[in-house]
Design a protein around this ligand. Structure first.
Ligand code: DGJ
Length: 733
């Protein structure tokens, strides 16, 4: 990897192991353009690359119409209102009410290492494993500077990009739109891949063709959302795992976002990603900075599989900080689907005792232990133990659970307030709301204005007190509604447009304090299932609850979409009861266990009330977890077959980095009459090594890596739906 500035041609060259990103400064005004992103090419050819751009605009020679130049030039960071009519990067309003802005080259620096971003999640690197380029662009008329930064990491084919704005003028400048990334490229028959969803069916893959004008996904719900994921990819070959060019982009942010592509009249594409311009307006005072969150750019010349593995490696090595990243997480049992709100300490203790006998390692007490909360109408904000339910208090309960031999974890939803709560009685103004308008309730609750210092301190104080009050080793941090009625009494009328972003910054600040104060706490983020499953949250928690739908078959699609970007080690996945509470489907206990193995693994059921057969299966599932978790957590991920296409079966694989062990999970979703065996071709093996092949503990035979990858493994067709097989490949010594 390397980053260089080629002085003669005024070219910046960013090279990862297999990719190159090339920008150049052109013309007297110093327009910064983007000329190439793709497979590595010879840097000696940089003058040639420059010659590819259309005729230049040279004011002194005045050979070309300026607007024609500006409307085609591949700007690295486009401004507004100056002759480029494509999608804008930055939109402003200066003190005169004007909105024109044009950012041109000022200076640059290249250094080893990578800086963090104060208050925001960010990838990290050190002087040995990363290099950064910062380019300053300036608009001297407005008095604004943009510092765009690009970082690369050893062994990873991705570029992390962010932008900072500095107000150099004497007056406030309003930032009305800030994209972190703008990226122009030729249209070569790409499709746009995004992930859409809803509650209980998050991150479904969606491919569409790119028409003229804008095609985009966005959230202005105050969180990254169930509905769209802060991700997009341009793909050449549909969802081929190993062929075709793919440009993937992920936003390291948990709030409102926009990700899209604009196809111009000249058939070029402008891709963009950043904070959603809706509900955003930031007043930047003189001398102040505004930092936009990072975007990860990930180019693969060989399909989606390589893009996925690059994201996984980057997130595991340069984003997730938790101690637990490299550790097996305790096998937990969560009482939500077991009891919902109807529990007390006796019930929890009976679950814990039975769970212990099965080999489960932690009990998590979910929603309903505080205030007067016996349903979802009440008590959010009153983070005091309900001793009618938890007799003798939290400390006593935790001691009892620990004495049984289980660790203890707890659920909280710190960002929320129930109108029926003591907190609301005391501080009705603490809820986000617009004066004079009754705020919209969702799940009967309102959102606390944690951008206000006293609210922030109250919330953090309650979390800290609860976590410190007993031996609590895990926290599930939930958020069960989206933002509306954006109004803050803590912000002046000139700053109301800052609320959504400030809200996310406050969530980050709360979690930053939490992980600093409690470095050994295992934090799991959650948002009504998986509405805040994004790279931003992974900076604070090594795992996120994937979805409230734990049905093994629905999970195939949810976990496929999630694993497209995020490592398996981050995906909260549990075995739940049947008929499934979300879809009413009954699936074999084994299949539920096998599918959950490709995530953090745990149970979400009343272990005292399931069938004896299911209960007896738990120790074997936990043995599998201990046997395979290292592989699942750290290995390379390959998608081998998708039920979305074939409508019959699904298969994916985790392979050790040294290629010596692999676990293939196969699910026969729907049985076909008169069907035939399925051939599954594993990947990532070592050609010459001889592998033992095991199917659910049955030894099948042995074959070389090359043979297995080419000829495949035949998985017997069975009668009945929803059957799974674990295929374990292990190299003989
Ligand atoms: C939504 C979560 O996704 C569930 O797992 C559960 O914790 C509930 N909230 C509790 O209210």
């Amino acid at each position: 990897m390397d980053i260089r500035y080629l002085e003669k041609d005024r070219i910046f060259l960013i090279e990862t192991d297999n990719t190159a990103y090339i920008m150049g400064i052109v013309d007297e005004e110093g327009f910064l353009g983007h000329f190439y992103y793709g497979d590595k090419i010879d840097p000696e050819d940089s003058s040639y690359i420059l010659s590819l751009i259309e005729p230049k605009y040279t004011p002194s020679e005045n050979k070309r119409d300026r607007s024609s130049f500006l409307d085609r030039f591949p700007f690295e960071y486009p401004g507004t209102n100056v002759g480029d009519y494509r999608n804008t990067g930055l939109e402003i309003e200066d003190s005169n009410g004007n909105g024109s802005v044009m950012l041109c080259y000022e200076s640059h620096r290249i250094f080893r290492g990578k800086n963090g971003i104060e208050g925001l999640p960010a990838t990290f690197g050190n002087e040995q494993d990363s290099i950064t380029l910062e380019i300053s662009l300036i608009d001297k008329i407005v008095g604004i500077r943009a510092v765009i930064s690009y970082s690369i990491f050893e062994g990873i084919d991705a570029i992390v990009r962010s932008v900072k704005f500095e107000n150099l003028s004497d007056d406030a400048i309003y930032l009305k739109k800030v994209m972190t990334m703008s990226f122009d490229m030729e249209n070569e028959d790409y499709q746009l891949l995004t992930l859409h969803g809803s509650w209980a069916r998050e991150r479904m893959m969606d491919f569409r063709s790119i028409g003229y004008g804008d095609t985009l996904v966005e959230s202005f719900r105050g969180e990254s959302s169930h509905q769209f994921q802060p991700f997009m990819a341009l793909v050449q070959n549909g969802d081929s795992q190993d062929s075709g060019k793919v440009y993937g982009f992920s936003f390291v942010y948990s709030g409102n976002f926009q990700a899209g592509v604009c196809r111009s009249q000249f058939d070029s594409l402008r891709l963009y990603m950043g904070i959603c311009e809706k509900n955003f307006c930031w007043k930047l005072d003189p001398g102040k900075d505004f930092m936009a969150p990072e975007v990860i750019m990930n180019y693969s010349s060989c399909g989606l599989g390589k893009m996925t593995r690059t994201f996984h490696d980057l997130f595991r090595n340069h984003l997730i900080r938790s101690l637990y990243k490299d550790k097996e997480r305790p096998v937990l049992i969560n009482n939500w689907e077991a009891t919902y709100f109807d529990f007390d300490s006796d019930k929890l203790i009976s679950i814990a005792k039975e769970a212990k006998k099965c080999g489960i390692e932690m009990l998590v007490m979910d929603d309903g232990w505080f205030g007067k909360r016996n349903d979802d109408n009440t008590s959010l904000g009153d983070w005091y133990v309900n001793e009618d339910k938890i007799k003798g208090g939290l400390k006593k309960l935790v001691e009892e659970i620990n004495a049984i031999g289980l660790k203890f974890g707890i659920w909280m939803e710190p960002e929320m307030i129930s109108p029926a709560s003591e907190l609301y009685e005391k501080h009705p103004d603490w809820a986000i709301q617009v004066p004079g308008r009754e705020p919209c309730r969702s799940r009967n609750q309102l959102v606390l204005d944690i951008t206000r210092e006293e609210v922030f301190e109250y919330v953090y104080g309650r979390i800290k007190d609860i976590i410190s009050s007993a031996n609590i080793e895990y926290l599930k941090w939930d958020m069960n509604r989206q933002l509306s009625d954006l109004g803050s009494t803590g912000l002046g009328k000139d700053r109301q447009g800052e609320l959504s972003h400030r809200y996310v910054l406050a969530v980050y600040a709360l979690q930053e304090r939490l992980v600093k104060d409690f470095p050994n706490l295992l934090l799991e983020n959650c948002s009504g299932g998986g509405a805040r499953f994004d790279a931003g949250m992974l900076y604070y928690s090594p795992q996120i609850w994937c979805s409230d739908d734990a049905d093994a078959i629905e999970r195939l699609k949810i976990q496929e979409g999630t694993s497209l970007i995020y490592p398996l080690s981050t995906m909260g996945a549990h075995v739940s009861d049947c008929p499934n509470h979300t879809v009413g489907r009954t699936t074999p206990f084994k299949t539920r266990g096998d599918v959950a193995l490709s995530g953090t693994f745990g149970y979400e059921l009343d272990v005292t009330r399931i069938s004896e057969d299911d209960r007896k299966a738990i120790p074997g599932q936990i043995d599998n977890y201990h046997k395979y978790n290292e592989l699942v957590r750290n290995g390379d991920y390959y998608r081998l077959a998708s039920y979305r296409h074939n409508h019959e079966y699904d298969a994916w694989e985790a392979v050790d980095k040294d290629g010596k062990r692999a676990l293939v999970t196969y699910v026969q979703v729907i049985a076909t009459p008169n069907g035939k065996n399925k051939i599954i071709r594993p990947a990532g093996l070592i050609d010459k090594l001889l592998y033992e092949i095991w199917m659910d503990d049955r030894y099948i035979g042995a074959a070389k890596g090359k043979t297995l990858e080419n000829a495949g493994i035949s998985v017997p067709v069975r009668q009945g739906d929803y059957h799974s097989v674990l295929i374990y490949l292990v190299a003989k010594e």
